[in-house]
Write a protein that binds this ligand. Sequence first.
Ligand SMILES: Cc1cc2nc3c(=O)[nH]c(=O)nc-3n(C[C@H](O)[C@H](O)[C@H](O)COP(=O)(O)OP(=O)(O)OC[C@H]3O[C@@H](n4cnc5c(N)ncnc54)[C@H](O)[C@@H]3O)c2cc1C
Length: 543
Amino acid sequence: MSIKKEYDAIIIGGGHMGLTLGAYLQRAGMQTAIFERRHEEGSAIFTSECTAPGFLHNLHAQYMEFMDWMPIYFDFNLEQLGARCIYPHAQSGIAFSDGRPPIIMYSREHPENLDKTYKSIAEYSKHDAETFVDLMRKMLEMENIYAAGIYSPAVQPTPETPNPEVQAMEVMAEYLGLPKFINGMAPPDVYDYLFETDELKTLLNRMSVEWCQPLEREGIGFGSIGIFGIYFNWRLMVGGTHSLAHAMVMAGVNEGMDFYESSEVVKILLDGKKAVGVRLLDGTEIKARKLVVSNADMKGTMLRMVGEENLSPLWVKRVKDFQIGPSAVLASTALALHEAPDYKSAKWNPDINKTFYTVVGFDTTKDIIEYCMDAVYGRIPRIPGAGTWVNSLWDPTYAPTGKHSLTGWFFFPKASELTREEWEEVRTTHNDKFIRHFEKWAPNMTWDNVIDHYFYTPQDQEDEMRLMEGDFFNGAVKLHQRGYNRPFPEANQYRTEIECLYLCGPHMHPGGGASGAVGYNCFKIIAEDFGLDKFWEKLNRGY
Ligand SMILES: Cc1cc2nc3c(=O)[nH]c(=O)nc-3n(C[C@H](O)[C@H](O)[C@H](O)COP(=O)(O)OP(=O)(O)OC[C@H]3O[C@@H](n4cnc5c(N)ncnc54)[C@H](O)[C@@H]3O)c2cc1C
């Protein structure tokens, strides 16, 4: 397809936030084009056949936790466009090397599943089971409020509510029956305060880091409970997470949007202080009649594509100061297997052998904390444990008949902590450490069970996806970089100081995750600025 010379709206980057925005803009009547530098859409929402033919691995996004709320999923009927989900019954769990009972959390699909979760935790402590299930029930009652917070631009401070996010958290804590001082704590202290079972705390601490509540950080206590709101609501995309990204492209294209792959934008064209188009790597220039939006990383967008010389000193400083990593940096492993892992802990509850997400390689909270601190301080974690997924247990399209595909996540140092040679060394050695460790939890997980394997480093994430440093939110979620401070106060409404240039990546509120939220919220702001139909105000979903 030859590239048209002008559009109303140009989006740089076809990650799923850019795709979400594109579909809404086109439907609102703006002739829109997306330019993506990779050969395919979706960025981290992709699937790879990286081990052996027929074995599919979601090297990035695995679990889809926003499916009940994600506006684009319903507004554009993504199921009709090929995005289908499975809702695994046993959602997340932890197995132990000495074969102790596993802890398993079950899906929120049926109320009786909370009883199963209760029973699993009660193997260790009735007090913890009651506390956990009570918190989960209350979080479920609040889920619409939670969803509205995600799918709305950040609330702005006022003299009455100078710190809206913290104040909202305090209201939540009151509802949950928790003291306000919890917010001052770091996640491990919160779990210590609430629970007595180390097995439960080990699982929760691991999941906390995955949801950007780093263990070392004080002042995010409510966050480490708030994330219970997205737990156990995880779906698996049939045929790979790629199907979600593909359906999102189709949603926009069906409305008349154009999508160009292998089209890297190198420059945002300015007329004075106004964005008026883009230049591609091959020199092609495309005019934007109304606006340009960047789904690409913020430093690249502002410092290179716009150019430092076109920004005010304040913006240059703010953009340069924006912190990326070190806590949400993942490496992935992919294994093509003859058999799925058979855990020692399965003798107590066989569901651990068919749990969607299984934490393996850690027996205590101390293990998890040591492991995470290694990564945060730039060391390859000494404990080669991981969070693992065997998607072929649920969806046979993930592996050839009778075989299994496993994917796992390791927390690792950010990309710049190691040289490229050191990352290559990690690539060739870490799977071996992992398998030798894994065997202590699941005796059939020896090299004899492995058909082929692959290792994906944080440096790969930066090189391929432009997730800088391998940070899966393209920017740390710290107190001074969340809510109305994300990415920084002057940019928290998706607008920039360059007229008609907007930002729409996971570095914006409410952050990353396969939610489509940044794209949806950015659309709301653009609708405000350009007088587009505010269709969401006529809906009763509340956002
Ligand atoms: C290992 C890993 C596991 C994850 N697991 C989960 C999970 O299980 N569940 C979940 O909800 N989330 C998960 N995430 C997070 C989630 O996938 C990301 O936060 C989200 O996909 C980011 O949103 P995005 O796709 O819009 O942004 P980005 O990934 O930042 O996409 C930006 C796009 O812009 C393109 N681009 C950059 N520069 C240019 C340029 N100059 N010209 C043109 N295009 C450009 C990039 O190629 C990319 O496609 C995971 C992420 C990682 C890395």
